[in-house]
Design a protein around this ligand. Structure first.
Ligand SMILES: NC(=O)c1ccc[n+]([C@@H]2O[C@H](COP(=O)([O-])OP(=O)(O)OC[C@H]3O[C@@H](n4cnc5c(N)ncnc54)[C@H](OP(=O)(O)O)[C@@H]3O)[C@@H](O)[C@H]2O)c1
Length: 212
């Protein structure tokens, strides 16, 4: 596949490394040409601007802070419909002080991006830390990490499922984009526990206990 990666930070580097290894052709879009060139050199892709990456290939990963997303989408021509129908992968966490979402009680990040672009947005890769995405592969004693996906378009979900498998993880179909708000809120909750030294896995009973 041909994948645009918007951003040159931790998530861009971690996910981009898996996708480059899987043979995908990457365009790394950075506002800093030097950082884009450096990451493209490391991953074996081509550097460009964020707007170029947003419009590149089969899908684009938004790997910038949520507060930067509106500017990136505007530069890519969202208002004129340039992103309509594109597959956009949203890994953002709009996290503010107190581990609360800056999107508040309104539409979450993924739904905001979909409304601004008309793109086929898939929420994915937001629920776990960059250190986990850097593992090759993110597989633990009880199996590979599951990656919850929320989106409304079957083809877009299929494409992102392939990109999940390419990281060594397994896709977990978690519903439509209307469920992305829950995934975003759940992630904020998890981050609040992790960052205060508590293990959220301890609160989850085994699946068999729930289904017994
Ligand atoms: N880190 C994690 O563990 C993690 C896990 C899951 C999800 N996420 C989410 O993934 C997204 C990226 O996180 P990250 O950790 O990769 O962040 P990061 O390492 O800080 O990188 C952020 C990237 O966004 C770029 N950027 C910032 N403002 C911009 C703008 N106005 N226009 C264009 N590019 C801009 C930065 O460019 P410069 O270098 O030029 O500043 C940098 O390349 C965030 O939404 C975050 O919530 C992060």
């Amino acid at each position: 596949m041909r994948i645009g990666i918007i951003g040159t930070g931790a998530m861009a580097a971690a996910l981009g490394a898996h996708w480059a290894r899987a043979g995908h052709e990457l365009l790394i879009g950075g506002r800093s040409p030097a950082k884009a060139a450096e990451l493209a050199r490391r991953l074996g892709g081509r550097p460009g601007a964020p707007a170029e990456a947003a419009l590149h290939g089969d899908a684009a990963l938004l790997a910038v802070g949520f507060d930067a997303v509106a500017e990136v989408l505007a530069d890519a021509g969202a208002a004129a419909g340039a992103l309509r129908g594109r597959v956009l992968i949203d890994c953002t966490n709009a996290l503010g002080p107190g581990f609360l979402l800056t999107t508040g009680t309104g539409p979450g990040a993924a739904r905001t991006i979909a409304a601004a672009t008309g793109a086929r947005v898939v929420k994915a890769f937001n629920h776990s830390a960059e250190a986990v995405w850097r593992l090759d592969p993110p597989v633990f004693p009880d199996g590979p990490l599951a990656v919850p996906l929320c989106g409304d378009d079957a083809d877009a979900l299929e494409l992102v499922s392939t990109l999940v498998l390419d990281t060594g993880c397994v896709p977990l179909r978690a519903g439509g984009l209307d469920r992305a708000d829950q995934l975003e809120a759940m992630t904020a909750f998890l981050i609040g526990l992790w960052k205060t030294g508590q293990d959220p896995r301890a609160m989850l009973p085994p699946y068999a206990a729930i289904t017994a």
